[in-house]
Design a protein around this ligand. Sequence first.
Ligand code: SF4
Length: 427
Amino acid sequence: MTDRMTPPPALGCRSAPVLKQRGQREVFCGLTGIIWLHRKMQDAFFLVVGSRTCAHLLQSAAGVMIFAEPRFGTAILEESDLAGLNDAHAELDREVETLLARRPDIRQLFLVGSCPSEVIKLDLSRAAERLTQLYAPKVRVLEYSGSGIETTFTQGEDACLASMVPVLPATQERNLVVVGALPDVVEDQMLSLLADLGVGPVQVLPARTIDADVAVGPNTVFALTQPFLSDTHAALIRRGARHLAAPFPLGEEGTTAWLAAIASEFGVTQDTFDTVTEAPRRRARQAVAQAAEALDGKSVFFFPDSQLEIPLARFLTRECGMRAVEVGSPYIHDEIHGPDLDLLPAGPQISEGQDVDLQLDRCRAARPDLTVCGLGLANPLEAEGLSTKWAIELVFTPVHFYEQAGDLASLFARPLRRKRILNGPAL
Ligand code: SF4
């Protein structure tokens, strides 16, 4: 299915030595995922059991919603809760009762653990079981941790989706489950491509509503659209589903390879595949070529942040002409990241985890043309004359599949163009 694609490099990065480091790290916590998940799941509510800090993080990351009833909130743990003076479970029950009475539209309630709830060892799984018994079948109550002690920011989505897998209905039907929260418009493009290929039935996790009937069983195959879903991947395998390993659908090549893995599983002919993908592939290639003019020949350094780093490095090196100096990822999972590592030409240092000071030293020594990193590192590096791209933007912006490939390249090109304009034509 991929015969007209650029051949893989003679030596990819899958077996390259990985620099593993554990030390201080600079990333957002898993609560951040609520910002995109609450938009995706239209009948869900995310109740963070946390502190005022957690509430502030959510408010500032999401923007204060004045005109709409938000689908997230924080049950604040006060000092007396943290000191163990109150029955936190009874207080949580009261909060949930008030919330569900006021918001009859809520069908799925996620209790989201935080650093404070973990420190006082508040057992949210017990709370979720108790509340499910109280409110089922109208409301399903689940729990997961978004705590900064346990999760980096994209792991919040992974923890949320993994919490849903055990309660998905069982099926014996052969179906495809596509896993990962995408903006609706991008998800619709993907579903339309799969329908044109004749692949089905297709379900998406997370679904927009609880009634979408995502079901899983021994004849289910699943494809990930996000590379940070390792717990969800493991949970689906425990339910008997089989993973279709493939590069991620970022850029023209990644999208084609991702679709090809599914098409091959569902017996789609090469002719049908070519007919369906030819026009969008051409559009994607043209859009990338236009945007990548500023990227060609430039070097890029990835700090570990979103777990999108490996597929992005594959896209930037193979489709945009960049050279990767270091590709850092919080975690590397061979089954999930292996197909992208196979395509990433040997050369860059692959690193897993972070000791931020040592990594900053490597970055300063390399002086890359572009550094992809978290917000906390971007400003100091800009002050030192390095161009940066905020990793979090890549999670908030539609970047997957053919029609977004040009926008994805543009996101990286923008800081380089800005620098060229500021510094004049010599750069
Ligand atoms: Fe901060 Fe932890 Fe709350 Fe995240 S969960 S906002 S890291 S206190």
